[in-house]
Design a protein around this ligand. Sequence first.
Ligand SMILES: Nc1ncnc2c1ncn2[C@@H]1O[C@H](COP(=O)(O)OP(=O)(O)OP(=O)(O)O)[C@@H](O)[C@H]1O
Length: 359
Amino acid sequence: MPTDAVGGPAASGAAGALALSGVTKRYGRTTALQDVDLDIAQGEIVGLLGHNGAGKTTLMSLAAGLLRPDAGDVRVLGASPVRDPRRVRRELGLAPQELGVYPPLTVRQNLRFFAELAGLRGAGTERRIEEVAEPLGLTGLLARRVAQLSGGEQRRVHTAMALLHRPRLLLLDEPTAGVDVETRSRLLAFVRELARTGTAVCYSTHYLAEVEALDASVAVLDHGRVIARGSLAELVRRHGDSAVELTFSGSAPELRLPWPVTREGDVLRVGVEQPQRAAPEVLAALGEAALRLVNLRVVQPGLDSVFLRLTGRRYADGPGPTGTADAAHEDRDAAGAQAGQAAQADPSSARAVEAGRHG
Ligand SMILES: Nc1ncnc2c1ncn2[C@@H]1O[C@H](COP(=O)(O)OP(=O)(O)OP(=O)(O)O)[C@@H](O)[C@H]1O
């Protein structure tokens, strides 16, 4: 399996907000993290990616001091969560996967309660609540009971709680799981703004399009190991594959083409640098097999293909920040499998990323 021997921040210069070196964590006989090195610089957003069980939540829990490593060292702005938990708690905000809100209380009461826990007192607390509520779209909901909010609104309250004490390191564990498109894009914009003002963000997600929209650097965890770390552009340059991928009813035919061809069940993959240009030639070579073609996909080098290359499995992708990624991922039917449409890029393509950023 390809491994990048890189754990350091993509952006250099600033002092590390989070530094893990040689960290191993076991639960009984399960090794959740194995010899992990990872640095996150101040102002950097790191998209922490990995399949279910890869170790993302364990990593965040170690950073927050909720777990102790079996080996190695964890530092939050130079302090150890184990030896100096109070200092680390001041510097760090954690929004775990499970919602930690109190449904019978209002949004304001929830935020007030957490502000007090974080050590905020007096008039400044109310001011801070308003400050945090505004960009997350919670101002109009402050007087509402959390029990009466939608799932996405509750998640925004949950995220707000992690921010009240102005942490310099923010750990967001799948903050957009189960939220609607509007909440998703609001959260993404907010995270970008936080990073701009110097907050380091560790952001775990199952949606690659979010990492692209955040322009985050990436750390890929696989079976408890960091197998890739770098900026999006670096990883795509190093590991991104491009291809024309055809799906047939029945097994994929054997084709003679001037590019490497792999067949797996009903899928045929032609590895080629410029898939849009190659697609017509691939179609022309199909002969009678064209009648069995049910889908044609142009795979551009993007995070999706990086992930496939590194882990051997596709990432469980979902709706992107604009809600369009799923649509773009949908299979196109045989009638649409024409050379013209072949030029349509996979959603993880560089072009799709650009469109996402500007659109
Ligand atoms: N409390 C626990 N006791 C035993 N094993 C655990 C415990 N918590 C996690 N694990 C195991 O450790 C490994 C890493 O789990 P972790 O929750 O960190 O992964 P994850 O990447 O966050 O997964 P997901 O995407 O599903 O949230 C998995 O094999 C998991 O089953």
